[in-house]
Design a binder for this molecule. Structure first.
Ligand code: F6P
Length: 361
């Protein structure tokens, strides 16, 4: 009997910390050669590309970013892209995954992933595969857990960027716009904006009003503050506008769609305030580097809890942090809903209390 581990979807700091925790806990119960890592996410499980994971392989892994197993974003075994006569077709190759799991005598598959990979894990569980999910994403947008690891590290990077933008904004009397990731959720923007002393935070959950944002910058100017810091979530959009995440748009005749909302906001604010503006798109820096202490600890707790869940004979669940405790929820619940920032959340109320504008009043 063996166990399988894979990391799927976009990477984030803390993946290696989970792999380390899984291996260190599992090796007390299994011979080391029975701990099998599939390479490059579900693609490795489809192609049966795998490596044994021993305690030697996880030495020094805790602070290391990325994933030693590799990952892939688009390799869904239920819709696997295959080129047939030059045309891309999507095939269900989930039976191949199941065959490979049998071939390797895998009793349980630990899937470390975001909503996409966990949904695949759930579909596999419907076909009889025993899976245990471990939630990760910098976006923190999984409703069934208070936090995903990776988020705190992304907030650290964005906050550091804001600290650096502050000094140059002040010297040049400019509006500095920082566009951060997060997909359809504004968690990274909200947390980094608060931690990094932003004047304006624009998030997808609160479509913003152009006049309100301009007013805020003009008001600062009238008070003698000739610079402003604006954090824009990549999914933010103006009232009455369409939510478009530029990185997901491959072709468009509208440059705003390709350039990203950060650039659109910077251009608009420059026009309406007469101040110079610059935009920084933080991009994949938010996914790079090592995990923060919080993420190292959360990833370790998740890894250990996932093994204990298996030892207790529990399957088709996801480990989760709820109310400060690590527990499990059914996988079906874990992937049900994305977690957005509640518009009346205490963090938003706090931010507004110190004068941060969300462009809604
Ligand atoms: O889900 C994590 C995330 O980093 C999002 O914040 C972002 O929109 C997306 O992945 C970027 O994906 P890719 O690596 O495919 O550009």
């Amino acid at each position: 009997m063996a166990v399988g581990i894979l990391t799927g979807g976009g990477d984030c700091p803390g993946l290696n910390a989970v792999i380390r925790a899984l291996v260190k806990t599992l090796q007390q119960k299994l011979p080391e050669e029975k701990i099998i890592g599939f390479l490059d996410g579900f693609r490795g499980a489809i192609e049966n590309r795998r490596v044994p994971l021993t305690t030697k392989d996880v030495v020094g892994l805790l602070p290391k970013g990325g994933t030693i197993l590799g990952t892939s974003n688009r390799d869904n075994p239920f819709k696997f892209p295959i080129s047939v006569n030059g045309t891309l077709e999507f095939h269900d190759v989930s039976d191949t995954v199941i065959e490979n799991l049998h071939k390797n005598n895998i009793e349980v598959l630990f899937v470390i992933g975001g909503d996409g990979s966990l949904s695949i894990a759930h579909e596999l569980s419907q076909k009889g595969v025993k899976v245990i999910g471990i939630p990760k994403t910098i976006d923190n947008d999984l409703d069934a857990t208070d936090f995903t690891f990776g988020f705190d590290s992304a907030v650290r990077t964005a906050t550091k960027a804001l600290d650096m933008l502050h000094t140059t904004a002040e010297s040049h009397h400019r509006i500095m716009v920082l566009e951060v990731m997060g997909r359809y959720a504004g968690w990274i923007a909200l947390y980094s904006g608060l931690a990094g002393g932003a004047d304006v935070i624009l998030i997808p959950e609160i479509p913003f009003n152009w006049d309100a944002v301009c007013r805020k910058i003009q008001q600062r100017k009238a008070e003698g503050k000739h610079f402003s810091i604006v954090v824009v979530a990549e999914g933010a959009y103006p009232e009455g506008g369409e939510r478009v995440i530029a990185r997901y748009v491959k072709e468009s005749t509208d440059p705003a769609r390709l350039g990203g909302i950060g650039q659109v906001v910077a251009d608009h604010l420059s026009r309406c305030t007469g101040l110079e503006s610059r935009v920084t798109v933080l991009g994949h820096l938010q996914r790079g580097g090592g995990p923060t202490p919080f993420d190292r600890i959360l990833a370790t707790r998740f890894g250990v809890a996932a093994v204990n869940t298996w030892l207790q004979g529990n399957y088709n669940v996801m480990v989760a942090l709820l109310g400060g405790r690590v527990t499990t929820v059914p996988l079906s619940e874990g992937i049900k809903k994305l977690k957005l920032v509640p518009v009346d959340s205490e963090l938003i109320v706090t931010a507004k209390a110190i004068g941060i504008s969300f462009g809604d009043e």
